[in-house]
Design a protein around this ligand. Structure first.
Ligand code: TYD
Length: 223
C-alpha cells in the first residue's frame, strides 16, 4: 500500500512550499512521489476549483460550496489517489484534504459536523492520511503573507500583459472567519495527535522542512 500525507493550515501558512520541499526530499531518497492538491488535481476538479475560488461567486450557498468541495475530492479519489494508493511505497502528498472541509465548512461556516464527516468518508472512499501536517500560524501573519503573494502574482501578470488574478473568495473573508478556521484546526489536532502534527509555521522555511522530514522519517521507520 501507498501512503498519504496531507498539508493543512490557514492561507499564507506556507504549506504548498513545504509540500514541494518534502516531495523533492523523498524523490532524492528514491521514493515514488505524487503531488496533488485540493480543490483541483484532476481535469474535472480544476473546473470545479474555478467556480469555488472565483470572487464573483459570492452568492454561493454554503451547502452548494460543501458539495462542490466533496465532488472535487470524489473525483480526485477515483481518478488518482485510490490507484496510486495501491502502489507499494508510493507517497502521495496532498495540499489540503478532508480536514479542510471540517474546519472551513464546519467550524467556519457552521455546517453540521455529522453531515461533513459522512460526506468526507464517502468522497474519500475511506482513505485516510497517515500523517497530516498542520502548519499553524496566527491569522494576521497568514493573511499578510497571502497578500504579499497576491501582490507578487499581480505584478508578474501585469508585466506579462495578463489580467490580474483577484484575491480568492476566502482571502476576502472577515478576520473572524479565519480565526474560527485556525481554532478549528487546533481542536482537531488535539483530538488526533497521532496523525495531526502541529508545526509552528512562524519558523523559517528550512527549519520547518527539517521538522517535517524528521516526523516522516520516524513514521517510515515504524511502518
Ligand atoms: P487555494 O488558492 O488553493 O488556497 P491555499 O493556498 O490557501 O490552499 O484555495 C483553496 C481554498 O479552498 C482555501 O481558502 C480553503 C478552501 N477549502 C475549503 O473551504 N474546503 C475544502 O474542503 C478545501 C479542500 C478547501
Amino acid at each position: 500500500m501507498g501512503i498519504l500525507i496531507t498539508f493543512e493550515g490557514i492561507e499564507g501558512c506556507g504549506k504548498t512550499t513545504q509540500l514541494k520541499l518534502l516531495g523533492d526530499y523523498l524523490l532524492k531518497r528514491g521514493y515514488p512521489v505524487y503531488e496533488t492538491r485540493e480543490p483541483g488535481g484532476t481535469f474535472i476538479g480544476d473546473q470545479i476549483r474555478r467556480i469555488l475560488l472565483n470572487p464573483e461567486n459570492k452568492g454561493i450557498g454554503k451547502i452548494t460550496e460543501l458539495f462542490l468541495y466533496e465532488a472535487c475530492r470524489a473525483q480526485l479519489i477515483v481518478e488518482i489517489i485510490s490507484k496510486r494508493y495501491r502502489n507499494d511505497k508510493e507517497v502521495i502528498l496532498c495540499d489540503r484534504y478532508t480536514d479542510s472541509t471540517i474546519v472551513y465548512q464546519g467550524y467556519g461556516r457552521g455546517i453540521d459536523m455529522g453531515i461533513i464527516e459522512e460526506l468526507n468518508r464517502t468522497a474519500s472512499n475511506g482513505i485516510k492520511p497517515a500523517i497530516t501536517f498542520l502548519l499553524d500560524l496566527d491569522v494576521n501573519t497568514g493573511l499578510e503573507r497571502a497578500m504579499v503573494r497576491q501582490a507578487h502574482h499581480e505584478k508578474v501578470q501585469h508585466t506579462q500583459g495578463e489580467t490580474a488574478e483577484q484575491e480568492n473568495r476566502f482571502e476576502g473573508e472577515a478576520l473572524e472567519f479565519h480565526q474560527k478556521v485556525r481554532e478549528g484546526y487546533l481542536k482537531i489536532a488535539s483530538r488526533e495527535p497521532e496523525r495531526i502534527k502541529i508545526i509552528d509555521a512562524k519558523k523559517g522555511i528550512e527549519e520547518v522542512h527539517r521538522e517535517i522530514t524528521k516526523v516522516v522519517e520516524e513514521k517510515f521507520k515504524n511502518m
